[in-house]
Write a protein that binds this ligand. Sequence first.
Ligand SMILES: [Zn+2]
Length: 87
Amino acid sequence: MTFRLTCPVCGARDVYEFRYGGQERGPRPEQAQLSSDEHFRWTQFRMTRPEPQEEWWYHTGGCGVWFTTWRNPATNREEPPHEVERG
Ligand SMILES: [Zn+2]
């Protein structure tokens, strides 16, 4: 299966030009401030839901830039995050 990603430098390209770098999870917390269970969860747990998630990608077959984009793993299309419903 193939899909396209948009490199901020080169534009839309086939996914085979990129290497997946994982989900964007914000800054790494200080290990000294975490319990061993919290540290394990932060480093080992990944949750993939059928909704847009922010991901790191590396353009190996192009400019060599790391960037983040929002992609829906259910459709493999780049999508902005869903609006959060407010009550
Ligand atoms: Zn590029």
